[in-house]
Design a protein around this ligand. Sequence first.
Ligand code: NAP
Length: 286
Amino acid sequence: MIISGKELSAKLKAEMAAQVAGFPEKYGRVPHLTVILVGDDPASVSYVTGKAKASEVIGIKNTTIRKPATIAEDELLALIRQLNADDTVDGILVQLPLPKHISEARVIETIDKSKDVDGFHPLNVAALWQKQPCTLPCTPKGIIKMLKAAGVEISGKRAVVIGRSNIVGLPVAKLLLDENATVTIAHSRTKDLPALTRQAEILVVAIGRPRFVTADMVSEGTVVIDVGVNRDPETGKLCGDVDFAAIEPKASVITPVPGGVGPMTICCLMENTIECFLNSVRDKNL
Ligand code: NAP
C-alpha cells in the first residue's frame, strides 16, 4: 500500500478551506502567514512558492517577504520583531537554510512562540518534550497523520528512526513514543544499521542520501516512511532516502518521494497557521 501524501493533503486542505471560509464572519478576518525568504536558493524558492500556493487553496492570507542573501542578521531580526508586534500576522516562518553569516538559532528564538508555525522555537520544543500544549513541527506531525490515515497501529510497535535532527528525526521519535511505540533512534555512528532496521516494524528514514536504505535492510511487512528529498545522481530527478522500487514489494505500507511526506509537511504548516490564528483570536476574546 502506497500512502499518497498528495491525496491525503488535498483532502485535509479542502476541509481547512471550508473551515477558513467561515472565519471572516466569525472573526472578521482570515489567518495570515508571513514567510521570509533570504536569498534565491532554487530549492528554498520552490518551497516558499509551495507554501504560498497551499495558502491560496485554503484561503489563508500569505505574504512572502524576499530579502537579499547579504541582509545583515540585525536587520532580519528587526523585521521578525516588527512582525511579532503586528496583530494582523498570525504565523511567521523564515525559510531555512540561511546564509552562513546569520545564526539560525537566533532567528528561530526571535520569532514569537505564539507565531512559530514551524514549531522550531525552543519553548515549543521544550513543551513538546514535556507533553505540554505546543505547535508541533510540521514534518513529524504530517508523518503521524499519514500513519493514522493508513490505519497503521503505532502502539506497541518497534519503530526505528534513522536521523536525529531537531527538525525531523528527534521530534518524529518523540511523537512515535507518545503514540506508545518502542523507539530506537539511529544515526551516522550507529553500528550495524541493517541489523537494526530489519527489526523495525515502522521505519522512518530522514538522512538525506539518495536510496540509502536498500531492500536487504527491510523486513517483510514493514511500514516505511521516507522523509528524504534528494536528487537522483543518475537521472537528476527527485528521490527519497529509500530504494522505493526494491522495497515497495516488501513493505506493508510505504510513502513515495515525491508525493509523500512533502505535501503533508505543507498541509501541517497550514494547520499550524490556523491554530495560531485561533489561539490569537481567542486570546483577544473576539
Ligand atoms: P540532517 O540535519 O542533515 O540530519 C541527517 C541525519 O541523518 C543525521 O542525524 C545524521 O546522523 C543521519 N545520517 C547521516 N548519514 C547517516 C548514515 N550513513 N547512517 C545513519 N544515519 C546517518 O537532515 P534533516 O534536516 O533531518 O533532513 C533529512 C532529510 O529529510 C533530507 O533529505 C531533507 O531534505 C529531508 N526533509 C524532508 C522534509 C519533507 O517535508 N519531506 C522536511 C525536512 C527534511 P548524525 O546525527 O550522526 O550526523
